[in-house]
Ligand binder design. Structure first.
Ligand code: HEC
Ligand code: HEC
Length: 389
């Protein structure tokens, strides 16, 4: 009898130990915090940044509606995974039904300036801006935000794992979200496969489109496709002036883009070159979402360019210089030798007319679609940890 009791109590103790170990609060144990995120025991690999725990924290913040003043919208509200991290709207609706002034682009890791007007120096610098923005998330007082986050149970452990301390401040929020955003690369596409096998995987139409993109269309002169396939257009250097362009959407721009910031007339209507990766999925297009389809975009470049004083020389009919290299053109047109072509130096050249055939226009669109990576919709490490699928 005595032995039986001992065995029995041993079993109870063992049971209690097991249960209590099991019940130790962990962030992946959703029941401890109502509405908390569900995360893997080991963090996913975020290879472009060194701190997987910080990127994981960034992922949680990205999807957390608590980052908006009235808990109604997360970053992911306008940057939805099911829509390739944009929202397929011309303009986005933020807090209190206010509408943004520009089209929300998809998210891609860029090493240089971000936003349509390049006002953020990099992905890290960007983070607090939408949070503070009165249309987007309206948390104008960042101290109040850090206080709010400090009181949400699941963040303690997340910050501790990422930074070795649970002290929460805005620099860590920036760093964590930056760690997450810098991993948005999504370039496992037909074009990059093609680069390895001499484009044997391309259809005749895609091949023709590629020739136009890198040839007479001059698309690649601005939309640089980097060796890693990111095509960020940052090949121009790190200043806004060197990788933003006016592409003749208007005679008079309502939204002056970079010019709104610099107040320099020569910058009116200039916008940062957008990333073309996954562009198939991110309609509508341009800073103001004016074009609903890629066909409309191609038609713009083909025949609709407006003769704005700042329309870039690459989109002008340069006559005898049309087939010259970029450097040759620059040498000829840059009369005052300041390293760029100023509006007066190109005023004599009208907007280009590419004169593409129906087949060539389709080919260009087909080529743009070779930049699509459908894993963007399913990659778990970028998915919503509050509503895992
Ligand atoms: C209400 C909708 C909305 C919310 C919420 C929102 N964004 Fe955006 N996002 C936009 C719009 C619109 C733009 C373009 C603004 C511009 O360039 O002037 C943008 C631009 C961006 C870009 C720049 C992409 C590029 O390549 O230039 C990134 C990155 C980004 N947002 C991340 C975030 C993050 C991180 C959050 C949360 C902290 C967030 N966004 C919240 C609408 C939103
Ligand atoms: C002079 C530089 C330049 C050239 C040449 C150029 N682009 Fe662009 N492209 C831009 C800029 C800058 C924008 C954004 C403009 C804006 O929103 O006002 C843009 C926007 C786009 C967009 C919309 C992307 C989005 O996410 O909204 C597509 C698609 C595009 N270009 C494709 C092309 C193709 C195809 C060609 C060749 C026929 C081409 N571009 C030639 C600079 C250029």
């Amino acid at each position: 009898m005595k032995i039986k009791i001992t065995v029995f109590s041993f079993l109870i103790v063992a049971f209690l130990i097991t249960v209590s170990c099991h019940k130790k609060p962990t962030i992946h144990d959703n029941e401890n915090y109502s509405g908390g995120p569900i995360l893997p025991d080991e963090p996913y690999d975020y290879p472009r940044t060194g701190n997987d725990h910080a990127a994981t924290l960034g992922r949680v913040l990205f999807y957390d509606k608590n980052l908006s003043l009235n808990n109604t919208i997360a970053c992911a509200g306008c940057h939805q995974q099911s829509k390739a991290f944009c929202d397929n709207q011309q303009f986005s609706t933020g807090l209190q039904d206010k509408v943004t002034g520009r089209n929300s682009p998809g998210i891609f890791a860029r090493d240089g300036k971000v936003f349509w007007d390049g006002r953020a120096n990099n992905m890290f610098d960007l983070v607090l801006r939408p949070i503070k923005n009165h249309v987007e998330m309206k948390f104008e007082n960042i101290d109040a935000l850090t206080q709010k986050i400090s009181q949400i149970g699941y963040y303690k452990e997340l910050f501790e794992k990422a930074y070795g301390t649970d002290a929460i401040d805005s620099n860590k929020i920036k760093n964590a979200m930056g760690n997450f955003l810098m991993n948005f690369t999504f370039s496992n596409n037909k074009f990059n496969t093609g680069k390895i096998n001499s484009f044997q995987n391309f259809t005749a139409s895609e091949t023709l489109g590629k020739e136009i993109f890198f040839g007479k269309g001059k698309c690649s002169q601005c939309h640089k496709v980097n060796d890693d396939g990111t095509g960020t257009g940052t090949g121009y250097g790190s200043t806004v002036q060197t990788f933003s362009f006016n592409i003749g959407l208007e005679h008079v721009y309502k939204d002056k883009g970079i010019g709104e910031i610099t107040k320099d007339e020569y910058d009116y209507g200039k916008f940062i070159i957008p990333v073309l990766l996954n562009v198939e999925y991110t309609a509508p297009y341009m800073h103001d979402g004016r074009f609903k389809t890629l066909e409309e975009v191609v038609e713009h470049y083909n025949s609709q360019l407006k003769n704005h004083a700042n329309l870039d020389f690459r989109l002008r009919d340069l006559g005898a210089l049309n087939n010259a290299t970029e450097t040759e053109v620059l040498n000829q047109l840059d009369v005052n030798k300041n390293g760029k072509v100023d509006p007066p130096e190109m005023a004599a050249y009208p907007p280009a007319q590419l004169g593409l055939t129906v087949g060539e226009k389709k080919a260009l669109v087909d080529f743009l679609k070779t930049l699509s990576d459908p894993t963007i919709f399913t990659e778990k490490k970028f998915s919503d940890p509050f509503n895992p699928y």
